[in-house]
Design a protein around this ligand. Structure first.
Ligand SMILES: *[C@@H]1O[C@H](CO)[C@@H](O)[C@H](O)[C@H]1NC(C)=O
Ligand SMILES: *[C@@H]1O[C@H](CO)[C@@H](O)[C@H](O)[C@H]1NC(C)=O
Ligand SMILES: *[C@@H]1O[C@H](CO)[C@@H](O)[C@H](O)[C@H]1NC(C)=O
Ligand SMILES: *[C@@H]1O[C@H](CO)[C@@H](O)[C@H](O)[C@H]1NC(C)=O
Ligand SMILES: *[C@@H]1O[C@H](CO)[C@@H](O)[C@H](O)[C@H]1NC(C)=O
Ligand SMILES: *[C@@H]1O[C@H](CO)[C@@H](O)[C@H](O)[C@H]1NC(C)=O
Ligand SMILES: *[C@@H]1O[C@H](CO)[C@@H](O)[C@H](O)[C@H]1NC(C)=O
Length: 588
């Protein structure tokens, strides 16, 4: 991460801001107009990156070292990554983890993988990043079900999984993790036959799990696993948690262990959580209203009776509906829309433009081994601010089916990494929907060369070594290059993205914030600086590593990492802002 200068006194800040206004040569407002990128079609391009990732990307997540962790269960038997090519004799025994990798780290820059070692079974587990960019990864099956593992991302390719001695309070197989505003505390909820939640670390010594009757109430006893696994959780702008299971949702005060609000049931004849796996995102929070309005979107899933039918080999059409709910409204109602087709096991990702990408999955059946058919090869783009009827577009198709146990994440260069699929208990090839080890990238249309003249590049963010990141509510400076001065109607927007932990079509902890730009100046050479305001609190933006993107007229830049942190880095140094100010205007 770049260097950034933090601590500022209010007086210095005001002084600097006024001085800046005097000095600017050309300034345009960050939030004018409405033109968006058009031309060339929205289809996008697929590219095959690797033929063999070695292990199934049942779980996938991006680290701030620009690497991607991919891991599977350890109980699937031999993977396609042999740990000891020569030397140690490997048997093809089913349980032989020292011979076979079950986790790899993918390096985006070199397009290579290296094996990692997991000791306990990570099957259908979950995770969240802590404030310093360390992944806290929990649960799984068998000897892994109460495990806590950490991964400290490194740049020297020497880091590996670290298994903690401390165990979770409950078994967590198919649970959801949500990072909380409290420093490095994670909320972990649900799991198979587990109707409770806990905190990692616990809020007091010997704290047990807390019952959550809502999970029992939403559990459908007629369906294996009850349609409530991997519940959708979003941290709302009031500090409470939105929790969605099956078809119902609540606003939950985890401090007082109380339900604050019951939301209306989502319409549609079906369910949205495992095994009726749909997906959910929280639409970007925006500075214009102080990041207050929170709108949750839920798409896809399986029709009522769909998972029972799939067990007997009959695959019913998945749900094609999406619902949007403004959870901060006084009387929220679901606003329903139809996707271009039915979809289950659909990943939902927030793109750097604030649009939603719906990718992977199938048209019929539900989640589980061999429980679905008719792969969905076309991603859908969803533009939340378009008028109804114009929001969805069907994008170019891939040729690779991404069924159960596949995943997708957004990369810092704007591509979408797509990997995995294994609707079988073990690695199985030569069948209709085999174990899939090919890794692809999907390039959204606006990452194409056609838009390069609008694309901001060479971003740098200013940091102070003393402060460990940008603090909440603080102003900071971003430099970048722009080929052309934006037209007056152009919108230049700044987004901060918290990359999710993706598994089972659910991107937990995914969060997008549209930041306030205080001023922006471009010199004749194209070098542009913007003064941005960091999100106001750890409720809006839990401490962690975020990807910052400049979006010029709908065209995103490549993203740069920025750490947002509530930590105070020691003494308040009045001259720091003067330093930022100096750096920001000196080069004009
Ligand atoms: C994808 O879509 C775009 C625009 O819609 C088109 O130009 C392109 O040729 C398509 N096909 C492939 C294989 O990328
Ligand atoms: C994948 O394998 C195919 C067939 O062997 C080969 O043509 C292609 O170049 C390989 N691609 C990559 C990215 O390794
Ligand atoms: C945990 O279980 C897996 C089988 O899923 C086994 O291969 C592994 O050796 C076990 N690990 C430990 C530490 O017992
Ligand atoms: C990050 O923080 C966690 C929790 O406080 C800690 O366990 C971990 O060691 C830290 N990572 C690094 C690289 O310092
Ligand atoms: C819901 O779907 C199931 C299975 O397709 C069907 O049997 C049932 O009648 C439907 N219920 C409603 C209310 O439409
Ligand atoms: C990119 O920005 C840095 C300063 O952050 C500058 O030193 C460098 O010259 C720029 N690179 C190009 C190619 O303009
Ligand atoms: C800031 O940190 C970087 C990397 O840790 C180091 O190379 C550099 O010397 C530090 N700068 C100052 C002014 O301390």
């Amino acid at each position: 991460m770049a260097a950034f200068h933090g601590q500022v006194s209010a007086t210095m800040r005001n002084l600097a801001t006024s001085l800046l206004l005097v000095f600017v040569l050309m300034e345009w407002c960050c939030t004018l107009g409405g033109a968006q990128a058009t031309g060339g079609g929205k289809g996008g391009k697929w590219e095959l990156l690797l033929n063999n990732s070695g292990v199934v990307a049942m779980h996938m997540t991006l680290t701030h070292r620009n690497t991607v962790l991919m891991f599977d269960q350890t109980s699937a038997g031999p993977s396609q990554y042999r740990l000891h090519p020569s030397g140690k004799q490997c048997t093809d025994g089913v349980y032989d983890p020292p011979c076979w990798a079950h986790s790899v780290e993918y390096d985006i820059t070199t397009n290579t993988i290296r094996p990692l070692v997991i000791d306990t079974d990570t099957w259908c587990s979950s995770g969240a990043f802590l404030g310093n960019g360390t992944l806290a990864q929990t649960g799984g099956f068998g000897n892994g079900t109460r495990k806590v593992r950490y991964f400290n991302p490194c740049s020297d390719r020497r880091c590996d999984w670290i298994e903690s001695e401390k165990l979770l309070a409950s078994n967590r197989w198919y649970a959801t993790n949500q990072i909380l505003p409290e420093k490095d505390r994670v909320f972990i909820v649900g799991g198979l036959e587990v109707f409770n939640y806990e905190f990692l670390p616990p809020t007091s010594e010997k704290e047990e799990a807390f019952e959550l009757p809502f999970l029992r109430q939403t559990y459908d006893p007629t369906v294996d696993n009850g349609n409530i696994l991997y519940p959708f959780v979003h941290l709302s702008s009031d500090g409470n948690l939105f929790i969605f299971a099956n078809r119902d949702s609540i606003l939950f005060d985890y401090h007082r262990h109380q339900i604050i609000k019951n939301f209306p049931r989502i319409p549609g004849n079906g369910s949205r959580n495992y095994p009726s796996t749909g997906s959910s995102v929280m639409l970007p929070l925006e500075h214009e209203d102080g990041f207050r309005k929170v709108e949750v979107m839920v798409c896809g899933g399986a029709i009522t009776g769909g998972s029972q039918a799939a067990k007997s080999g009959e695959f019913l059409d998945a749900l094609s509906s999406c619902g949007r709910l403004v959870i901060t409204d006084d009387n929220p109602e679901w606003a329903m829309e139809e996707m271009p087709g039915p979809r289950v096991m659909n990943d939902m990702l927030i793109l750097p433009t604030g649009h939603i990408l719906i990718i992977n999955g199938a048209m019929q059946g539900c989640a589980g081994w061999q429980m679905a058919t008719r792969a969905s090869y076309h991603p859908y783009l969803y533009e939340p601010k378009e008028s109804v009827g114009k929001r969805f577009s069907m994008l170019n198709s891939t040729g690779i089916a991404r069924m159960y146990h596949s995943s997708a994440i957004v990369l810092p260069d704007g591509r979408i990494l797509v990997a995995g699929s294994n609707p079988h208990q073990q690695y199985t090839f030569g069948v209709a929907y085999p174990t899939e080890l090919r890794v692809e990238a999907f390039n959204p249309y606006n990452m194409g060369r056609f838009f390069d003249d609008k694309r901001a590049w060479n971003l740098s963010i200013q940091y102070d070594n003393g402060t460990d990141g940008i603090r909440h509510g603080e102003e900071f400076c971003v430099w970048f290059e722009l080929e052309k001065e934006p037209e007056p109607a152009n919108v230049v927007e700044f987004y901060a993205y918290s990359p999710p932990f993706a598994t089972h079509s659910w991107s937990m902890n995914q969060r997008m914030l549209k930041l306030e730009c205080r001023s922006m100046v471009r010199d004749v050479g194209g070098r542009t600086h913007a003064i941005l305001k960091a999100p106001p609190s750890s409720i809006v933006a839990p401490s962690g590593c975020y990807l910052l993107t400049v979006v010029n007229g709908g065209v995103p830049s490549k993203s740069e990492w920025v750490r947002i942190s509530q930590e105070r880095g020691g003494l308040v140094i009045g001259s720091t802002w003067a330093f930022v100010f100096f750096r920001c205007v000196l080069f004009i």
